[in-house]
Design a protein around this ligand. Structure first.
Ligand SMILES: [Mg+2]
Length: 315
């Protein structure tokens, strides 16, 4: 049997690449989890079911006015929710699977190709479980879904095609989809926002616009001007607030981010709904964990020392 398995593996290796060809040779657990596990799907449904239950609680408070939109009592601004796209509404586990098995490095060109492929390939352009039904349910209440994504402006056409094919309402999408502008335009947007709000450039609020994790804060504030935003959806901490690293802190970035998540613990599952993404993000190596700091981040709390003592022969 073992020989048979070996033969099948060798043959498979001739016709296609495999995880074993990846430079590290490590089993890509994170990609397998998202791509294949029941548990990943369960977590996504759990997030969207929790959000759906919140909206069922809020529904009696919402006034659906003549324009078909929901409003909070006494407010002139329609009610909206803000969602990220990738790994929040659209799943890209096929792209991550490709990178894990081929060993290819991420590049804009590769990501562009994936966005185009996803627009024409049904399996590649899958929705995050629970997302589409949730969006339909809130739209029936008159709530406006707004999408703030760091896909780039040039990827708009492929993105809208994929959304449409997934059954997401794309009516007036140009007023509800905000992709990441060029670096220069983003800088101009942030500066204009600082001026509009009359902020001191050194203030926390201005720094959140300029340096906040996710670079989405200017787009979020622009939407908060127009709408009462009642819930946020994302897979990365920066989808919820513009986290700022404190350079003077003795703590590593990943420790600071964990503390921020704890500070806002009441928001999770209440007004902030997070989807699982163990494949990539601001939390990962070289983003939040320095490459030469992995050993200290993976602290075993002294277990290896304890084990050595346990194995030492007793005198
Ligand atoms: Mg995302």
């Amino acid at each position: 049997m073992r020989h048979f398995i070996l033969v099948v593996f060798c043959w498979a290796g001739l016709v296609t690449h495999s995880w074993a060809d990846a430079p590290s040779g490590r089993v890509p657990l994170a990609e397998l989890y998202v791509h294949t596990s029941a548990e990943y799907r369960a977590l996504c449904h759990q997030a969207y079911n929790t959000a759906g239950n919140r909206f069922r609680q809020w529904a009696p408070l919402l006034e659906k006015r003549e324009d078909g939109r929901a409003y909070l009592p006494g407010s002139e601004k329609p009610v909206a929710i803000i969602l990220d796209l990738d790994e929040t509404v659209i799943s890209n586990s096929g792209f991550q699977a490709f990178m894990a098995t081929s060993g290819a490095e991420y590049s804009y060109q590769l990501w562009d190709a994936w966005v185009d492929f996803q627009a024409i390939n049904k399996a590649a352009g899958a929705a995050v479980p629970g997302a589409v039904d949730f969006l339909k349910a809130v739209e029936e209440l008159g709530v406006t879904p707004i999408f703030i994504s760091n896909r780039r402006v040039g990827q708009e056409e492929g993105t809208i095609k994929t959304m449409e094919r997934l059954g997401i309402d794309v009516e007036n999408i140009e007023q509800r989809l905000f992709l990441k502008p060029s670096h220069q335009l983003l800088e101009e947007q942030n500066r204009a926002r600082i001026k509009k709000e009359g902020l001191d450039p050194g203030s926390l609020s201005a720094r959140q616009l300029l340096e906040g994790e996710g670079e989405k804060e200017a787009r979020r504030r622009m939407m908060q001007d127009k709408y009462d935003v009642v819930a946020y959806f994302g897979d990365i901490y920066g989808d919820f607030e513009p986290f700022l690293e404190m350079a003077e802190s003795s703590k590593e970035l990943y420790q600071q981010r964990r503390e921020a998540a704890e500070q806002h613990h009441l928001n999770w599952g209440s007004v902030w709904f997070i989807l699982p993404n163990p494949m990539y993000g601001s939390w990962s190596v070289e983003n939040a964990v320095p490459k030469n700091g992995i050993d200290s981040a993976l602290n075993d709390y002294g277990f290896s020392v304890y084990l050595r003592g346990r194995r030492a022969p007793k005198k």
